[in-house]
Design a protein around this ligand. Structure first.
Ligand SMILES: Cc1cc2nc3c(=O)[nH]c(=O)nc-3n(C[C@H](O)[C@H](O)[C@H](O)COP(=O)(O)O)c2cc1C
Length: 558
């Protein structure tokens, strides 16, 4: 298709392309003037218009800052007969290299066949159209070509030529793609995301954020987000906008992450959220983007973890306490039980030596010795019983009660006598007020031990000569024993703990005791179906009330 004229024209067009490759409009117009006469000859075959008009049209095309080609509609395969400098700049092809060719040489592997089919249909119909399709430059790089075709007709309406206008749409298509990508990401992400302007008004919101806040997006756009969803703190106190990190970031402040605030849904409920706020890049106070996630589940899991930890700690403390108590029991067995036995052995050996030396004991001495032995052994038995009962109770096991009818008043009297004898003169004075016939069903030995403990404590912690009042009275078919002293008393904060095995009240320092007495007493009374209550005040005294049920209550308990 290239003729001698064409060659000339091509060379000139080449010059034109080189000159017009720049954005310089004036130079391109000048080049067009040079190109026009030759191009006009090419075009003359397809234009029936006058020379002057053709020249003006071509000069105009040549000078346009967008690509323009003219193709011969009457020649086979629509050859290019004119291309301007902007087309050359856009595609990288010198004008002479394209004259005589069909424009499809710009197409390549990523050119959308649907767009090409649209062009084909328009050309077949003799109409114009606009498509944006992928084309390739001479160096193989792709670009987006927004192509508009328009037919030129002669005086009888016959299409004699087509004008094609090519605009580089790469930036727009990329921006559209970017926007579409962003929109897809925003739609797809499970994180709530919204944007605000410098004044805190919503500029966009993704579906996850809209769902989290409970508002349709169109209701939120343009609204003051702080006033809408962030107005109060978790505790219900107002959240001033100036103190809000989101507000501050949007007004030119720093990006920040916040882990534990709430946002308020449209239905008025508060949702615990973690959010990050990032000021928009660019000008200060250009607004900000907020991402937020509902941390209800996380908060619940954390609470559960904390509760589990607390339970674990409590269990560990309990296990450690059990070990400590076992150690106490062992040391008690080692010392409190061994030491008196060693003393006993000493006493016995002393008498043995006397006998061997031929100095027998008198009857009176023998009697006194045996009484001492009996007394000591009985006390040992009591301590052993106390310790074994404590061990059983500690393990949560029931004591094997040996029940019989027990006259509580008589028992209290016996215990009082025994204690008075043991403590001797210079101790507190026990006064028992008990009618006869207050009889319950119970384990006599163990109830005696309970009374020994309670009345014994009253004596131990009272000054010499102070009264210890013991009263026994019937209640229903059971009984109530009250032991009242005016001794040292127990501080209020310790009253609950005195029933704990091995706990000894601060006021008990300097007074011998295992720390098992009250714990064991409570366990024994509980196994009889009864209760022990203790009221006390330091310097005022202590009152212990033991309530024991009748035969029915005891049967229920055992
Ligand atoms: C005036 C004119 C300019 C054209 N410019 C381009 C162009 O820049 N890029 C392109 O891919 N196709 C362009 N075409 C379309 C192709 O030349 C061709 O018509 C299209 O590929 C459909 O025909 P085909 O199926 O024979 O290839 C242009 C067509 C005409 C008439």
């Amino acid at each position: 298709m290239e003729t001698g004229d064409g060659e000339r024209g091509l060379r000139r067009a080449d010059t034109c392309a080189a000159a017009g490759g720049t954005e310089d409009h004036a130079r391109r117009a000048e080049a067009a003037e040079v190109a026009s006469p030759d191009v006009a000859r090419h075009v003359s075959a397809v234009f029936d218009a006058g020379d002057a008009e053709r020249a003006r049209l071509l000069a105009l095309f040549a000078a346009l800052p967008v690509g323009v080609v003219l193709v011969d509609a009457r020649a086979a395969d629509l050859p290019i007969v004119f291309a301007n400098a902007a087309f050359s700049a856009l595609t990288g092809y010198p004008v002479p290299a394209v004259l005589g060719r069909n424009c499809r040489f710009l197409q390549g592997p990523d050119t959308d066949p649907v767009a090409v089919a649209t062009l084909r249909r328009a050309l077949a119909a003799g109409t114009g159209c606009t498509v944006t399709l992928c084309n390739y430059r001479r160096d193989g790089t792709p670009f987006w070509n927004e192509l508009t075709l328009a037919p030129l007709r002669d005086t009888v309406g016959q299409v004699v030529a087509y004008v094609g206008v090519q605009v580089d749409a790469t930036a727009r298509v990329e921006a559209d793609r970017q926007r579409a990508l962003q929109a897809t990401v925003l739609d797809a992400t499970a994180e709530g995301i919204y944007g605000i302007d410098h004044a805190g008004r919503c500029t966009f919101i993704n579906p996850a954020a809209a769902a989290l806040l409970g508002y349709p997006p169109d209701v939120v756009i343009g609204r003051d987000m702080h006033a809408l969803v962030h107005h109060h703190r978790r505790d219900g106190t107002p959240y001033p906008p100036d103190a809000c990190p989101i507000h501050q970031a949007a007004a030119g402040g720093q990006g920040v992450r916040v882990a534990d605030e709430v946002i308020w849904r449209r239905d008025g409920t508060a949702v615990p959220v973690a959010y990050a706020v990032q000021p928009m890049a660019g000008a200060a106070s250009a607004g900000a983007v907020v991402t937020l996630v509902d941390v209800t589940e996380r908060a619940r899991a954390e609470q559960e973890r904390a509760a589990l930890l607390t339970r674990e700690r409590a269990a560990r403390a309990e296990a450690e306490a059990a070990v400590t108590q076992r150690d106490h029991l062992l040391s008690l067995a080692a010392h409190d039980l061994r030491t008196p036995l060693a003393a006993l052995i000493g006493e016995v050996q002393l008498r043995q030596r006397r006998l061997r030396r031929g100095r027998p004991l008198s009857v009176k001495e023998q009697d006194a010795f045996l009484a001492t032995l009996h007394d000591l052994l009985q006390r040992q038995v009591a301590v052993v019983s106390e310790v074994t009962d404590a061990a059983y109770l500690q393990m949560g096991e029931r004591l094997a009660l040996r029940v019989e009818l027990v006259d509580l008043g008589a028992l209290a009297g016996e215990v009082a006598d025994m204690l008075a004898h043991a403590h001797g003169a210079g101790a507190a004075v026990i006064d028992v007020a008990a009618p006869t016939g207050v009889v319950i069903v119970g384990d006599r030995d163990r109830l005696a031990r309970v009374l020994q403990n309670i009345i014994g404590n009253a004596v131990k912690y009272s000054p010499a000569g102070a009264p210890v009042q013991v009263s026994v009275r019937p209640e229903g078919d059971g009984a109530v024993v009250v032991v009242r002293d005016v001794g040292v008393g127990i501080p209020a904060g310790e009253i609950d703990r005195v029933f704990t095995p091995f706990y000894r009240a601060s006021t008990a320092r300097g007074v011998a005791g295992t720390g098992l007495g009250l714990a064991g007493a409570r366990g024994i009374v509980a196994q009889h179906g009864g209760t022990i209550a203790l009221e006390s005040a330091p310097g005022v005294g202590t009152t212990v009330t033991i309530t024991l049920p009748g035969a029915e209550g005891a049967a229920r308990a055992s």
